[in-house]
Design a protein around this ligand. Structure first.
Ligand SMILES: Nc1nc2c(ncn2[C@@H]2O[C@H](COP(=O)(O)OP(=O)(O)O)[C@@H](O)[C@H]2O)c(=O)[nH]1
Ligand SMILES: [Mg+2]
Length: 399
């Protein structure tokens, strides 16, 4: 990849500046899109479940688009999530709509698979059954037959679980569903409570969500889907980043993703035959910071974030020029080396900064408006990283 390919649309050649709007679009387009299908009758708790997994009001915040009569796709751009919600599957009169429903959903799925685009296809199904209903209905079997027909790995989620009621329904249901659909369920059954509630004056917390997360990861690694293994790994990473149940897992996934952005820019730096103009170098680094912000869920539109981005890029460019000398190596070699090293140190110092401000309770990264402290933190880390990198290369001793 060369410099201009890396910058893509986010570099405006006319104004020679960074185009944040284009960068946002591009960043969204490049995100792997995890498609989760929510199967289940109206009122079983599909929305509550998704909100518990991916963050409060996530369903309401997404943009819903009807696909067919019974399917709606809710797109959550910031997370690269596509939620396929089933609509209008009512307990009452179900048997009259039965054939219509199956056909309708199958058409929706077939069209999605026909695009041959992995980002458009259903990757995993969460089939929700309200545990308190104590019955498995025809509609559940119908939805499983669709899952089986398309070979989509499925998790059976028992919602609104009340353990006081015992587990006889759960055990019976498992046996009955396994009898016909073991191949796509693969023993992925989980009992969930998506909303804390009060019982006899006691607070009952949410549960089952970590288990659901684990089972969903399993589905993605099953490799039965049409998408390549490599692609499925990307979806699993997207799941880890999007979920808000296990924050340690989320932070690790964010860091991994941000580091891959740094590596990509390093490769660009390695390949350049002459160092880009300072203006272009600034745009390259800005784009990197922009994408790291995006991974951490930081809003690049906010003024203090724009300012911070400008400042860290400037510190990196000033410091890297200052520390290295051009005497020791032929220019081109040194320039590549310097560009790579600056990218590495800028990226890792900035990732450390955001990690510092990432809140492990809420899963959000909030940077203060007052930037003296974050900037000092960044500068210190950047300089230390540069020194260390140069010591390793044995250059520092010549300075
Ligand atoms: N206590 C508790 N209430 C739930 C749970 N899941 C759903 N609900 C409630 O059940 C109702 C229907 O849930 P909703 O998510 O809108 O169902 P949907 O139609 O399948 O999307 C709402 O009032 C939820 O608050 C759960 O796991 N525990
Ligand atoms: Mg709903």
């Amino acid at each position: 990849m060369n410099v201009l390919e890396y910058l893509g649309n986010s570099y405006n050649k006319d104004t020679q500046s960074f185009d944040a709007e284009a960068a946002r679009k591009e960043s969204y387009e490049n995100k792997p899109k995890l498609n989760i299908v929510l199967f289940g009758a109206t009122g079983v708790g599909k929305s509550a479940l998704v909100n518990a997994m991916f963050g409060k009001n996530i369903v309401e915040s997404g943009v819903g688009k009807p696909i067919t009569q019974f399917l709606e796709k809710v797109e959550i751009q910031s997370k690269g999530l596509m939620l396929w919600d089933t609509k209008g599957i009512e307990a009452k009169d179900y048997d009259n709509t039965r054939n219509m429903l199956v056909q309708d959903i199958e058409v929706g799925f077939q069209n999605a698979f026909d695009t041959q685009d992995d980002d458009q296809a259903p990757h995993v199904i969460w089939l929700c059954i309200k545990e308190s209903s104590k019955r498995i209905e025809n509609r559940e079997y119908d939805m499983l037959s669709i899952a089986k027909k398309f070979g989509i790995p499925t998790v059976i989620v028992f919602t609104d679980t009340q353990f006081e009621e015992g587990d006889s329904f759960f055990e019976t249901a498992k046996r009955n569903l396994d009898a016909q659909y073991k191949a796509i369920i693969k023993n992925r059954y989980v009992r969930v409570n998506s909303l804390p509630y009060k019982k006899l004056g006691m607070q009952v917390p949410t549960y089952g969500l970590n288990e659901l997360l684990k089972l969903t990861e399993n589905c993605l690694f099953e490799g039965k889907s049409n998408a390549s293994q490599q692609r499925m790994k990307k979806y699993a990473e997207a799941l880890r980043m999007a979920q808000e149940v296990n924050m340690k897992m989320q932070l690790n996934a964010i860091i991994k993703s941000a580091e891959s952005k740094v590596s990509a820019l390093k490769l660009v730096a390695k390949a350049i035959s002459s160092l880009p103009t300072p203006v272009l170098a600034t745009v390259l680094n800005k784009k990197l910071i922009y994408m790291i912000n995006d991974d951490f869920g930081i809003n690049n539109d906010e003024d203090h974030i724009k300012k911070l981005t400008v400042e860290v890029v400037e510190i990196a460019s000033l410091k890297s020029n200052f520390i290295l000398t051009k005497i020791l190596f032929p220019i081109s070699m040194l320039d590549n080396f310097r560009a790579m090293q600056t990218t590495q140190c800028l990226g890792s110092a900035y990732i450390s900064l955001l990690t510092e401000y990432y809140n492990q309770e809420t899963g959000h990264c909030i940077l203060p408006r007052q930037q003296a402290i974050p900037l000092a933190f960044f500068k210190f880390n950047f300089e230390e990283d540069m020194k260390e990198a140069q010591l390793k290369k044995g250059i520092f001793k010549f300075l």
